[in-house]
Design a protein around this ligand. Structure first.
Ligand code: PMP
Length: 314
């Protein structure tokens, strides 16, 4: 067993990042000459890749005065970014308010509230767009009270991955890496990590993952053709985009739990499904390679389903 030395830290914020890479041996067995590594973002203290972006957005705003301790951070997420803001807000002494559609599942409200976050409910009929509109209206009515990070447009989001995720991948696998695979949500992970990997001396092919369908069950990922494209997204950054169906993403998430001991969310299933396709292609074309894929969050976050998720009956 490889022993990683334990470390002592001052605050939970110091536990964000430096996530391990784990070799996937079973799901990629049809590409025996290619090493596939999952970067375990579920090992962040808030349980997801979004700890990185939330921390960097908060730290940069605290550093330049956009965020002060007498302001309240406000945003409209009920997903991983909301958990990250809530956890980090508690650790940094920053008040957090989240606007969520009334019909968001109880556990999602409970996680945020456990950290002391205040929840404001928006019209369930208007979905996440309604929550965004409400946040904008609240901020416009009292701009000095609030800090609105706006993760879709905030350069600190990709920078967290440029300085963190990308550097860590090169530290861990070095010159071996031939491919990188990540999904597109806000697109921060893909933009920032790829920018760093493209500075490497040898070319690394960077592949983005998008849901095949506009209405999909791969939470955290965006179908860009039918969505508002995030201002931080630069279409020149990915070398290739692979489309993955909900079915393939869910099936791979199940396989990762049973065959690799990794119980992950469905966006991670989709990313790994794409990574295995890339590995099989590399095997055919060159007989070898090294693929690094982002595993975004844990599967237990989805035991309490959203209404539209398949397999569960409410
Ligand atoms: N998967 C999950 C589960 C997520 O919460 C997110 C964040 N929306 C992503 C993937 C995509 O990450 P990013 O926002 O950096 O594109």
């Amino acid at each position: 067993m490889t022993r990683v030395p334990s470390r002592r830290i001052d605050s939970v914020i110091d536990a964000v990042g430096n996530t391990p890479l784990v070799r996937l041996r079973h799901v990629a067995k049809d590409a025996p000459g290619v090493e596939v590594y999952a970067k375990l973002e579920l090992a962040n203290p808030g349980g997801s890749v979004k700890d990185r972006a939330a921390l960097r957005m908060m730290q940069d705003a605290l550093a330049d005065g956009r965020l002060t301790r007498d302001k309240t951070l406000i945003d409209s997420t009920s997903g991983n970014t909301g958990v990250a803001y809530s956890m980090l807000g508690a650790a940094l002494g920053v008040r957090v308010k989240l606007v969520m559609p009334m019909n968001v599942s109880k556990p999602r409200k409970d996680i945020a509230r456990a950290f002391g976050t205040e929840i404001i409910f928006s019209d369930p009929m208007e979905g996440s767009d309604g929550a965004i509109r409400d946040v904008r209206a609240i901020v416009a009515a009292s701009p000095d009270t609030y800090f609105y990070p706006d993760q879709y447009a905030n350069p600190s989001n990709p920078l967290a991955h440029y300085d963190g995720t990308g550097r860590e991948i090169l530290d861990a696998v070095g010159d071996k890496i031939t491919h990188f695979v990540a999904g597109l949500g806000t697109t921060g992970t893909m933009m920032g990590t790829t920018r760093r990997l493209k500075e490497h001396a040898r070319p690394i092919r960077c592949v983005a993952v998008e849901p095949s369908e506009a209405l999909h069950g791969l939470e955290g990922l965006k179908h860009l053709e039918s969505s508002l494209v995030p201002p931080i997204y630069d279409p020149r950054i990915p070398d290739e985009i692979l489309h993955v169906t909900t079915e393939d993403g869910w099936t791979m998430a199940d396989r990762l739990a049973r065959e690799e001991g990794l119980h992950v969310g469905h966006s991670s299933g989709a990313n790994v499904f794409a990574a295995v396709k890339i590995a099989e292609r590399a095997q055919r074309e060159s007989g070898g390679g090294c693929v690094v894929v982002i595993v975004c969050d844990r599967g237990d976050r989805y035991f309490a389903p959203m209404k539209w998720e398949r397999r569960y009956v409410w």
